[in-house]
Design a protein around this ligand. Structure first.
Ligand SMILES: Nc1ncnc2c1ncn2[C@@H]1O[C@H](COP(=O)(O)OP(=O)(O)OP(=O)(O)O)[C@@H](O)[C@H]1O
Ligand SMILES: [Mg+2]
Length: 220
């Protein structure tokens, strides 16, 4: 469970989020929508505790912003997969190594690394491309690899910030379908987007960020 209670986030004297409550349950699929500058990325950064709230508490599973220690953050982030716009692939490494990278960082055994990486690449339909260099892939394929990298630790929650931001409409729908498949297999997905085309006529939960508040949007 991810819970933000009475959270206010202020940068300088500019309040971006004002005393909000938001809860996301395991297995949910949630779109975060709102105009540019509304605070979607800020919400996601609060969830993975890249920033701490000015007031209130963010809790993710057993971790709380009120008392998390620096050494605990890598463990928190193993329960969260992160697909952010500025998290790029390493161009000079192949697909396999890009996905394996975080596992080397956390000191995993190479036998386990291979199994986990091939599993994550299978989930996104790119196992056959594993020896290609990142720069040899299309934009949509690169984004799939970024998603595989986020999935490699089998996170409970996948946080995606504008994952379709740089893709054409067809590829955007493919990436969204991939996220839905991942959700069907049990991972909660929280996706920030200002692509209203993608969220129109959806059955999933839509949370709008506006004027410092969050609202559940009910589609007609
Ligand atoms: N580190 C920071 N320092 C100062 N202001 C910040 C910082 N991070 C975000 N802001 C401000 O907070 C507000 C919300 O930013 P945020 O990036 O969360 O918006 P967003 O909804 O993700 O927008 P976009 O759709 O353009 O990605 C903006 O006004 C932004 O300028
Ligand atoms: Mg943003």
């Amino acid at each position: 469970m991810i819970t933000l209670s009475n959270v206010t986030m202020t940068f300088g004297n500019h309040p971006v989020l004002d005393d909000i409550f938001l809860q996301i349950k395991p297995g949910e699929f949630v779109f975060l929508v709102g105009q540019t500058g509304a605070g979607k990325s800020t919400l996601l950064r609060l969830m993975y505790m890249d920033i701490l709230p000015t007031e209130g508490i963010v809790s993710v599973g057993k971790y709380s912003s009120s008392n998390i220690e620096k050494r605990e953050k890598p463990y928190l982030r193993r329960t969260l997969g992160i697909v952010f716009q500025d998290y790029r692939l390493m161009e000079d490494r192949n697909v396999f190594d890009n996905v394996a990278f975080t596992l080397h960082v956390t000191g995993e055994k190479s036998k386990h690394i291979k199994k986990k990486v091939l599993h994550a690449l299978g989930d996104i339909g790119l196992a056959h491309q594993r020896n290609k260099m990142a720069h040899e892939l299309s934009g949509g394929e690169q984004q799939r690899v970024v998603i595989a990298r986020a999935l490699v630790n089998s996170p409970l929650f996948l946080l995606a910030d504008e994952p379709t931001g740089n893709l054409d409409p067809g590829t955007s729908h493919e990436i969204l379908q991939l996220l839905r498949d991942i959700n069907t297999r049990g991972t909660a997905v929280i996706m920030a987007t200002h692509n209203y085309d993608l969220v129109r006529r959806t059955n999933e939960r839509i949370v709008q960020v506006k004027n410092g508040k969050v609202y559940d949007v009910v589609m007609k």
